[in-house]
Design a protein around this ligand. Structure first.
Ligand code: R5P
Length: 298
């Protein structure tokens, strides 16, 4: 089936990189606001009988979500055979239970909405905590990709004698995987979150002599987790750490704050476009699409 790649505005460079590697056709669209704030969506290229891919990283999702839904619905109306959303960063995963009476369990509601206008969803390292797989909440076909091999490769090539530090127990899944692939030692710390911008971290006595500490987390948002880990680490080692985050959310001034806190370098993947992007995940997405196409044909 003919493949066509669309970039939701702001996602052009990643979409073009994926498109070129797949040798897919380029789709054109128009999205703008009417004067009253409603969304105008138009698909310029013919999508009848094609498998369309829409690249839209969903950091800060609310302002773009409705026009994304309209876009995908229009593609189906115009005869697209399949609509696959490539959302390298998938939001609304942390509110996965009702912590306080009356709260929205937004991970499920968001999953229902996305599933209503897509046939497939490709994402990278989603923040899964109390659910094991996206298939538990999404009805669309989910392709969950892991960036651990790319991160390990970056560490092997760029950081000498890395010692990988996962800031909390949730990070064990990717910390141990990356450490194994990079052939580096690792530890996982104990974090207690006291508020959006307040965490405490228990750091066991560790010997970092001759190593470069590498703090590895899936998301850097307010930077609180990384900054508190650096603060504890600096009491033990004079060597400044490298901070690696998969998803560069960097809310507020957290990127600057993290540099000021003493990070030797800040490295992220391009699941969200940011100046710190040094790990390119496009090849993961391309391989997943090629493999799915191959399986469909055989
Ligand atoms: C939480 O469990 C995640 O793995 C990250 O540690 C967290 O989202 C980082 O957020 P922040 O930068 O606001 O501390």
């Amino acid at each position: 089936m003919k493949q066509m790649m669309f970039a939701y505005p702001g996602n052009e460079s990643l979409a073009e990189s994926i498109r070129l590697q797949l040798n897919a056709a380029a789709g054109a669209l128009e999205i703008r606001k009417f004067p009253d704030g409603e969304s105008y969506v138009r698909i310029v290229t013919e999508v009848n009988n094609t498998h369309v891919f829409v690249v839209c990283s969903l950091y800060d999702p609310d302002p773009r979500f409705l026009s994304l839904a309209f876009l995908c619905r229009t593609m189906k109306d115009l005869g697209a055979q399949r609509v696959t959303l490539i959302a390298p960063y998938l939001p609304y995963l942390r509110q996965d239970k009702r912590f306080k009476d009356g709260e929205a369990v937004s991970n499920r509601y968001f999953a229902d909405l996305v599933s209503s206008f897509t046939d497939g969803l490709i994402t990278v390292d989603p923040h899964l905590h109390r659910i094991a797989s996206l298939n538990e909440i999404y009805l669309t076909d989910c392709y969950t990709l892991q960036s651990s091999a790319l991160i390990a490769d970056y560490i092997r090539r760029n950081i000498s004698k890395a010692f990988i530090i996962g800031p909390d127990s949730e990070s064990l899944q990717w910390t141990s995987d990356v450490a194994g692939k990079a052939g580096a030692p690792f530890i996982v710390l104990e974090k207690t979150r006291k508020g959006d911008k307040e965490v405490s971290i228990e750091f066991p006595e560790t010997d970092f002599r001759d190593h470069t500490p590498v703090i590895l987390d899936d998301i850097i948002s307010t930077g609180t987790t990384m900054i508190e880990t650096i603060r504890k680490l600096r009491q033990m080692s004079p060597v400044k750490p490298v901070c690696i985050g998969i998803h560069a959310l960097f809310t507020g001034g957290s990127y600057d704050a993290l540099q000021l806190a003493g990070a030797a370098d800040i490295v992220t993947s391009n699941t969200i476009l940011h100046p710190s992007n040094k790990i390119d995940i496009s090849s993961l997405i391309v391989k997943s699409i090629q493999q799915t196409e191959h399986e469909a044909l055989h």
